[in-house]
Design a protein around this ligand. Structure first.
Ligand code: NAD
Length: 299
């Protein structure tokens, strides 16, 4: 079993760190929030009150942080990782961040003698707690092999997507497609209803016809056809529109850098930005339905 320093014990990281404890690893847990650290200590992790004062060597550092600047500050700033972390320690960043930062941080770590992979996840808090996340991993094949056993303890699918940064590429391209398909599904169900075709009948037809997609069959944005979908609980997330907007913005930034036209991705970003400015980005991302039918709460 290995010794792991886990940094970032929020909605996602807390469940992931607990699964590493359950797998028998010696997990040292750090977050800027003392409460989050204390909760992990209750689950069997060793609390790390301050990274600066951490004196131990570990086999692996895992981060699960909000965005690129947080990840860069941990891996590249002089006040980032403890000086006791020895060369050769494996770095795994599971945060969803911009491709450029992932590549820059990963390349810098490799140059300093630390194997690094970017390993963003698909799946929400329930998957983090249940150990059923999907990991999309960027990095050298040999580094991927080193990271895989740890990722296997936190997820059910682990894919090698190619060199550094390609995990983030897979993640933002997948979520851009998801955002677009969800908006299309919302538009189709809304139009059907307006024209007198009820949601269940349209679902029965379209889910076996060429309009079928995950947003419809697993997450139907119209209440009724898929009982577990957020649409049946007034669009409580699930996967919040704010999180979808974050990923769509990352996709748009990357598209500009790559000079890749993504007109529907840009529209999708703008629609979720409208939800944000309406103060409705705490609803599930399938709540675009509320935007279309005019039922968003007034600010
Ligand atoms: P969160 O805001 O709940 O947790 C982030 C944690 O990082 C917080 O506890 C915060 O205190 C801590 N933190 C910030 N800066 C730190 C630092 N320098 N050192 C130590 N701790 C620090 O976020 P989350 O929902 O857990 O998401 C984490 C990442 O996972 C994000 O990149 C997000 O996009 C991605 N993600 C989230 C979901 C989801 O459903 N929540 C799904 C897939 C991917």
């Amino acid at each position: 079993m290995s010794s792991i320093l886990f940094i970032g014990l929020g909605n996602m990281g807390s469940g992931m760190a607990v699964n590493l404890v359950k797998a028998g690893h010696d997990v040292h847990a750090f977050d800027l929030s003392a409460d989050a650290v204390a909760k992990l200590a209750d689950e069997g992790a060793t609390p790390v009150p301050s990274l600066k004062d951490f004196k131990g060597a570990v086999d692996v550092v895992i981060t699960m942080l909000p965005a690129g600047p947080h990840v860069a500050s941990v891996y590249t700033s002089p006040d980032g990782l403890p000086s006791s972390i020895e060369k050769g320690t494996l770095f795994i960043d599971c945060s969803t961040i911009d491709v450029q930062t992932a590549r820059a941080v990963g390349t810098g770590a490799k140059e300093r003698g630390f194997p690094f992979v970017d390993a963003p996840v698909s799946g929400g808090v329930a998957a983090a707690q249940g150990g059923t996340l999907t990991f999309m991993v960027g990095g050298e094949a040999s580094d991927f092999e080193k990271a895989k056993p740890y990722l296997d303890s936190m997820g059910k699918n682990v894919f090698h997507a190619g060199p550094l940064g390609n995990g983030q590429v897979a993640k933002i391209c997948n979520n851009m497609l998801l955002g677009i398909s969800m908006i299309g599904t919302c538009e189709a169900f809304h139009l059907a209803e307006k024209l007198g075709l009820d949601a269940q009948t349209f679902f029965d037809i379209s889910s076996t016809a060429s309009g079928q997609c995950w947003s419809m069959t697993s997450y139907c944005p119209a209440p009724g056809p898929v009982p577990n979908a957020p649409s049946n609980r007034d669009y409580q997330p699930g996967f919040a529109a704010a999180m979808m907007l974050k990923d769509l913005r990352l996709a748009q930034d990357a598209a500009k850098t790559a000079k890749a036209p993504t007109p529907l991705g840009a529209h999708a970003e703008q629609l979720y930005a409208l939800m944000e400015s309406a103060g409705a980005d705490g609803f599930d991302f399938s709540g675009v339905m509320k935007l279309l039918d005019g039922s968003l709460p007034k600010n």
